[in-house]
Design a protein around this ligand. Structure first.
Ligand SMILES: Cc1cc2nc3c(=O)[nH]c(=O)nc-3n(C[C@H](O)[C@H](O)[C@H](O)COP(=O)(O)O)c2cc1C
Length: 330
């Protein structure tokens, strides 16, 4: 296992609260970091680079204070879309460098220039991938860690089983590995480590906290849904993603007969604030009206403050470790 040196001794649990469009904001990031796990948000949660700068300042200011029990807050991170259709690449990257953002999570493209810029101040770059081909490309760009987004994840999930994905990526990458997709409990975090991951990447579980930006109805739908109420489809966001079945119905669509998009539109994905239309009028908005969540809803039974969630994850993790050691021996 290969936890990057910048993170060693800095985390209470090996967890990243994953970036979520319209879901993770300042309170969730700060709450997660103060509780001892990495909090992150997508730069595109802000409509402008000036607003992005504002959030970075707020987060830094809050994290300058010691956490509960005098604990040093965990480092925070930002999700950065590296694709030609993101018109803010240069301006946002300048803010990332100016603020010395400790962890940058790149998506859609892994670029050596971005990696070099983040390395210039000692920051880390993790890149999210769904298969070995993209893992190889990211490794060539010099990233510090690979996030494996497996089947069942919230947002734009991959289609591969986590064990299969780890095996394929391990064949081309021996550096830090972060596993995401359907993890919801402390036991799942331990399982991710047993499977060879250094860190667990959890999105949906952190969406069901009081600090997330989503509505009460959205949180309650997460709590009330089971894994079978998660629909994996390219129809809502043009590339395959997982959505809550009930929210598809509420938006007036039939989850069993969704239209098939004729092409993948990355420009649309990288500008999630764009208005969507169909020939017959406005389309329901992905993320805003049709709500994303992963199969980890199976293990989510309540909405809690993020500090309480991390306490619970730690207790579950410790218990699972004890039980496992009793089975397999020290
Ligand atoms: C509502 C929602 C929005 C998301 N938005 C983003 C995003 O903007 N950028 C990104 O890289 N991943 C995004 N994701 C994916 C998460 O970062 C992460 O990969 C995923 O949540 C992990 O799976 P889990 O939800 O089963 O824990 C989103 C996930 C959800 C549930």
């Amino acid at each position: 296992m290969t936890m990057p040196q910048q993170l060693q001794g800095r985390l209470r649990l090996p967890i990243i609260s994953a970036p979520m469009f319209l879901g993770s904001g300042v309170d969730l990031v700060v709450g997660a970091c103060r509780a001892g796990v990495i909090g992150t948000f997508p730069a595109l949660n802000l409509r402008t680079t000036e607003d992005f700068d504002g959030w970075l300042t707020q987060i830094e200011t809050a994290l300058a204070e010691p956490g509960p029990e005098g604990r040093e807050p965990a480092p925070y991170g930002v999700n950065f879309i590296v694709h030609s259709s993101n018109q803010r690449i240069e301006a946002d990257l300048a803010q990332i460098v100016a603020h010395e953002v400790p962890l940058v999570i790149t998506s859609l493209g892994a670029a050596k220039e971005v990696v070099d810029a983040v390395h210039s101040y000692g920051g880390l770059v993790f890149h999210d991938v769904t298969n070995a081909k993209f893992a190889r490309k990211a490794a060539d760009a010099g990233v510090d860690g690979l996030i494996l987004v497996s089947a069942g994840a919230g947002g734009h999930a991959g289609g591969l089983n986590p064990f299969a994905l780890i095996s394929e990526v391990r064949a081309v990458w021996d550096g830090p590995l972060i596993l995401g997709g359907a993890l919801s409990t402390g036991r799942d975090v331990l399982a991710a480590q047993a499977a060879g991951a250094d860190l667990a990447y959890m999105g949906t579980r952190f969406l069901a906290t009081e600090e997330s930006l989503v509505s009460e109805a959205y949180r309650e739908m997460i709590v009330g849904s089971g894994a079978e109420q998660i629909v994996y489809t390219p129809s809502i966001s043009t590339i395959p993603a997982n959505f809550l079945r009930e929210s598809i119905v509420a938006a007036g669509l039939d989850p069993d007969h969704l239209p098939v998009p004729d092409k993948v539109d990355l420009g649309h994905v990288t500008n999630p604030h764009a208005e969507e239309t169909t020939q017959s009028g406005p389309a329901p908005k992905a993320w805003k009206e049709v709500w994303s969540a992963g199969q980890s809803v199976a293990g989510i039974d309540s909405v809690v403050p993020v500090a309480e969630l991390v306490d619970r994850l730690e207790a579950e993790y410790t218990q699972a470790k004890g039980e496992l050691l009793a089975v397999i021996g020290e």
